[in-house]
Write a protein that binds this ligand. Structure first.
Ligand code: ITT
Length: 214
């Protein structure tokens, strides 16, 4: 089975490929530049992209995947959210760090709460006129400094919350069975990121609803 993943972001393709490989599903990048609507939520953006891409699919019975993500920072009232791409291109991760420079505390739990943020992803899978939509969230916090390493986008500054034995995210300050020990996504491997990732969670939920596509 092949899924066409419509995205301009090769980092997202690598993660989707890694996820679907386990199920024997091939992911091909579908490079179609859709017009991104000015919308307040990720689902509206993703559904609009699907609609624009359908007429351009190589074959009319192909499977199409669109997944739209964003970083939502609590203290910035959810900014950059749906504007994440634009903000990354203009302010970069260092701009986000600057906006949050004054938010710090010597108490690690308070510090974490001041810098709370989450990644959200909405994935839409389309086939033969039908769509399924799923969401994945990864809670965490914004680091004080950017790390260099692998990853893309906001990975250098986003530290995921620890996980319990079931893989569920824990409140800030709770030491979990699984932890990056304060390391942002940018400082861990792609494989390790999947345990926490909003994208991985959205795709997992998508796959569990795949039978709805018939
Ligand atoms: P497409 O819309 O073409 O798929 P994009 O890079 O704009 O590519 P998104 O709209 O999904 O992708 O993402 C919005 C921004 O958030 C963008 O700058 C991404 O680099 C960043 N982003 C998304 N997922 C991320 C992740 O897992 N880690 C770090 N940054 C991420």
């Amino acid at each position: 089975m092949t899924i066409w993943f419509m995205t301009t972001n090769s980092g997202k393709v690598a993660e989707a490929r890694h996820y679907f490989a386990e199920y024997g599903v091939t992911v091909e990048q579908f490079e179609f530049e859709a017009v991104e609507p000015q919308a307040e939520d990720l689902e509206t953006v993703a559904l609009s992209k699907v609609e624009q891409a359908i007429p351009h699919l190589p074959n009319s019975d192909d499977m199409l995947l669109v997944e739209d993500a964003g970083l939502f920072v609590d203290s910035l009232n959810g900014f950059p959210g749906v504007y994440s791409s634009y903000v990354l291109n203009t302010l970069d991760v260092h701009g986000i760090l600057k906006l949050m420079n004054h938010l710090k505390s010597d108490d690690p739990i308070q510090d974490g709460n001041l810098r709370k943020a989450e990644f959200r992803a909405v994935a839409v899978l389309y086939k033969d006129g039908q769509t399924i939509v799923s969401e994945g969230v990864c809670p965490g916090r914004i680091a004080h400094e950017a790390v260099t390493g692998d990853g893309f986008g906001f990975d250098p500054i986003f530290i995921p919350a620890d996980l319990d034995e079931d893989g569920d995210s824990l409140p800030i300050g709770t030491i979990g069975a699984k932890s990056t020990h304060g390391m942002p996504f940018g400082g861990i491997t792609l494989e390790e990121k999947q345990h926490y990732s909003h994208r991985h969670r959205a795709l997992e939920s998508l796959l569990s609803n795949l039978d709805r596509l018939g």
